[in-house]
Design a protein around this ligand. Structure first.
Ligand code: GUN
Length: 287
């Protein structure tokens, strides 16, 4: 058996096309979605992601403003910039690319973003809203995974869903979203005992550990749906996920590739959140 490859790139292109049409309609009504992208320091991976996000904005017709700050920018200066962006009516969404340099407290920065402009969905208020089933902005990577699963006609209800990884950005919100669709959810992490057994029990397996090819085909249940959130660059520059694609695709019924799986969906969801933010702000429609 060879798994069906879940093409995130294709679905993301379709979503971006729909958003482009929507932005044209909004422009007619004098609504101009705009994303402020803040990057601090010289992290090479962050630069690649920020460029991809700006490119997506420009394709869709979303305005984007980059704020590239020096590595030694103070926490206070960054908070002041965010306050300025919070109060700038031209700006619909604010994205502060993570990770930040060590001397800056990420939680403080996230807390300083206006919840109505928090298009990453990282602010504790937005995390809380997601938790109680009343989300305002879904965090982009888990939201992208859900769209890919649901658009592929995969049923989550009652299924054993195993999330490997417990980050605030991916693992935890991913588990909540799967639960909201009636999955039976287990979160595994570095301290989990019998992790192999837990992974093997998954009907839907989400790998978000950040370890190249950590999960092999022999660990996966026959017919499982495998979603690979990992993006790991090997020494030879090759990009691989957290799952060993070749062996896993012989066991799984469906699998996402790296690249071309979850990554493009994350960016599409950021664009969707930015458009949503612009509409909400215009309508004064905030709960
Ligand atoms: N760094 C890695 N993933 C993300 C993301 O989704 N948003 C932001 N702001 N930074 C990230």
């Amino acid at each position: 058996m060879t798994a069906r490859v879940l093409n995130g790139k294709e679905l993301a292109t379709k979503i971006r096309g729909e958003l482009k049409t929507k932005v044209e309609e909004l422009n007619e009504k004098d609504i101009f979605p705009a994303l402020a992208v803040v990057i601090v320091g010289n992290d090479a991976a962050s630069r690649v992601y920020v460029n991809a996000k700006k490119r997506a904005c420009s394709e869709i017709g979303i305005l984007s403003y980059e704020y590239a700050l020096d590595e030694d920018t103070t926490e206070q200066d960054l908070i002041e910039l965010i306050h300025k962006l919070n109060n700038d009516h031209k700006i619909s969404g604010i994205l502060v690319q993570l990770p930040l340099p060590k001397h800056i407290n990420e939680d403080k920065i996230i807390n300083s973003i206006d919840i109505k402009k928090d298009v990453d969905g990282f602010h504790p208020v937005n995390v809380g809203k997601l938790m109680i089933g009343n989300p305002q902005f879904l965090p982009c990577t888990p939201a992208g995974v859900m769209e890919l699963i649901l658009e592929s006609g995969i049923d989550i209800s009652g299924k054993e869903c195993v999330v490997v990884g417990r980050s605030n950005i991916v693992g935890k919100p991913m588990a909540i979203l799967l639960l909201s669709k009636n999955g039976t959810v287990t979160i595994c992490h570095s301290k989990t005992e019998n992790i192999e057994e837990k992974i093997k029990s998954a009907d839907i397996l989400i790998a978000a550990v950040g370890k190249p090819e950590f999960i092999k085909g022999s660990s996966i249940k026959k017919g499982a749906v495998v979603i690979d959130v990992g993006v790991n660059r090997l020494e030879d520059k090759k990009l691989v996920g957290d799952v060993e694609f070749e062996s896993a695709s012989k066991v799984a019924s469906a699998i996402t590739p790296v690249p071309g799986g979850v990554g493009p969906m994350t960016i599409a969801m950021l664009m969707k959140n930015t458009v949503k933010a612009a509409v909400m702000q215009k309508e004064g429609n905030m709960s």
